[in-house]
Design a protein around this ligand. Structure first.
Ligand code: NAD
Ligand code: DAU
Length: 360
C-alpha cells in the first residue's frame, strides 16, 4: 500500500472523530507516512482523543501533534497555520449526524459551512505564493446528490440535490471548495463517500447503535419500513481512497468513493443480529426479537448508490474488506473495547476532556 507522498506536514481536521482517527492511524501504521500530522479538533461529543491515545504515545511530539481548536475560530486556525506551516489539509471536521441536523441545524451551518470557509481563507492567505505544491482535500458525502429510486447511481456529474440540513451544509461546503479552486486557483480535491462503518464510530450511527443495543438487550429501532438502502464501505478502505486522491488526484477534481455494496437497513440489521448472536453464544435469531419499527426520519432519503469507476480507473482504488468480514471485525472491536464504550456512553470522556484540554 505504499503511495509516495510529497507532503511534509498534513493538517487533519476532525482527527479525533470516527473517520479522522482511523485516517491518522492508517497514515502512521499502514502507509508509514514519514512527515508531520497536525490534528485539529474541537472535541465535540463526537471527538474523543482516546481514539488516538496509543498514537499520541508513540508519535506525539515527533510526527503527531494535537491542537484543540474550533475551525469556526479564524484566529485560532491562522495561528495553527503560522505555527506548523502545513502544505496539505485533509478536512474531515464536521457535524456529521443527519438526525441531529434535523433537531438542531445551527451547528451544522456553523461548522460545516463557516468552518470550511475559514480553512479555505487560511489556505488562501498562507499558500498564496505557491498554490500548486499545496493541496486542500475536502472530505464529503454522497448525500449531497439527494436520493435515488430503485435503480441508478450517483456519478461525479450527478447534479446536487441535498435534502437534509446536514447534506445541504455539506453541499454548501463542497461548492465553496470548488469556488476557491476556480476563483483563486487553490489546488483542491473533493471526495464524496458512501456510509462508513468500523471501529471508533460514535454509537449514534446505525451499525454501532445496533451492536450496542443488542449487547444491552435493548430495542433495535428501524426507521420507517426498513427498506431504505445505503452503500457500505469499511472505514479503512475510505482512508485508502482519500490517501489516493490526496496524492494522485487531479487538481480541481471530485472523486466518488463507495463500497459497491448496497443493503437495505432491515437486511443489514438481520445479518448483524446473526453475527452478534454467534459472537455472544446465543441462538442464531436471538437478537432479531429486539427489532422495532419506529417513526420514519423526516425527509428520509430512500436509496444511495455510488458509482466509483472514476477513482478505480484513474487512481487504482479497490475495496479490500468484504462486508460480512468487515462487520465481524467491527463487532469484535466493540466487544473488545468495553471500557471505551462505557466511557462514551456515560459521557465520562467529555468531563475528562474539559479537565485536560483548553478550548479555543
Ligand atoms: P464524526 O462526527 O465522527 O467526527 C467529526 C469530528 O469533527 C469530531 O472529532 C468532532 O469533534 C470534530 N469537529 C466537529 N466540529 C468541529 C469544529 N467546529 N472544529 C473542529 N473540529 C470539529 O464524523 P465522521 O463520521 O468521522 O465524518 C468525518 C467526515 O466525513 C465528515 O466531514 C463527514 O461529512 C464525512 N463523511 C462521513 C461518512 C460516514 O459514513 N461517517 C461518509 C461520508 C462522508
Ligand atoms: O452516506 C454517507 C453518510 O452516511 C454520511 O455523510 C453521514 O455523515 C453518516 O452519518 C451516514 O448518514 P446516514 O443517515 O445514512 O447514516 P445513519 O447511520 O444515521 O443511518 C443509516 C440508515 O439507517 C439510514 O437509512 C437511517 C437508518 N437508521 C438509522 C438509525 C441511527 C435506522 O433505521 N435506525 C436508527 O436508529
Amino acid at each position: 500500500m505504499h503511495i509516495r507522498s510529497n507532503y511534509k506536514a498534513i493538517l487533519v481536521t476532525g482527527g479525533c472523530g470516527f473517520i479522522g482517527s482511523n485516517f491518522i492511524r492508517f497514515l502512521l501504521e499502514k502507509v508509514r507516512y514519514d512527515g508531520k500530522i497536525i490534528n485539529i479538533d474541537k472535541l465535540t461529543y463526537a471527538g474523543n482523543p482516546e481514539n488516538l491515545k496509543d498514537i499520541d504515545e508513540r508519535f506525539g511530539g515527533t510526527q503527531y501533534f494535537f491542537e484543540r481548536a474550533d475551525i469556526c475560530n479564524f484566529d485560532a486556525m491562522d495561528d495553527i497555520f503560522r505555527k506548523y506551516q502545513p502544505d496539505c489539509v485533509v478536512h474531515f471536521a464536521a457535524e456529521s449526524h443527519v438526525d441531529r441536523s434535523i433537531h438542531g441545524p445551527k451547528e451544522f451551518i456553523n461548522t460545516n459551512i463557516v468552518g470550511t470557509f475559514n480553512l479555505l481563507e487560511c489556505c488562501r492567505k498562507w499558500w498564496e505564493d505557491d498554490y500548486q505544491s499545496k493541496r486542500f482535500h475536502h472530505v464529503s458525502t454522497d448525500e449531497v446528490y439527494g436520493t435515488l429510486g430503485e435503480t441508478g447511481y450517483f456519478y461525479e456529474t450527478t447534479p446536487y440535490n441535498p435534502r437534509s440540513p446536514y447534506s445541504a451544509s455539506k453541499a454548501s461546503s463542497d461548492h465553496l471548495v470548488s469556488a476557491y479552486h476556480h476563483t483563486y486557483g487553490l489546488n483542491v480535491t473533493i471526495s464524496n463517500c458512501s456510509n462508513n462503518y468500523g471501529p471508533y464510530q460514535f454509537p449514534e450511527k446505525l451499525i454501532p447503535l445496533m451492536i450496542l443495543n443488542m449487547l444491552e438487550e435493548r430495542p433495535l429501532p428501524i426507521y420507517g419500513d426498513g427498506k431504505n438502502v445505503r452503500d457500505w464501505l469499511y472505514v479503512e478502505d475510505h482512508c485508502y481512497g482519500v490517501w489516493l486522491v490526496l496524492n494522485k488526484g487531479k487538481n480541481g477534481s471530485t472523486y466518488n468513493i463507495g463500497g459497491e455494496n448496497e443493503w437495505c437497513n432491515i437486511d443489514l440489521v438481520n445479518m448483524l443480529c446473526e453475527i452478534v448472536a454467534i459472537k455472544t453464544n446465543k441462538e442464531r435469531n436471538y437478537y432479531k426479537n429486539l427489532i422495532t419499527f419506529v417513526k420514519d426520519r423526516p425527509g428520509h432519503d430512500r436509496r444511495y448508490a455510488i458509482n466509483c469507476d472514476k477513482i478505480k480507473s484513474e487512481l487504482g482504488f479497490i475495496q479490500t474488506v468484504d462486508f460480512e468480514k468487515g462487520l465481524q471485525k467491527t463487532v469484535d472491536w466493540y466487544l473488545h473495547n468495553a471500557e471505551w464504550v462505557a466511557r462514551v456512553k456515560s459521557g465520562a470522556y467529555l468531563q475528562w476532556i474539559e479537565k485536560n484540554y483548553a478550548k479555543r
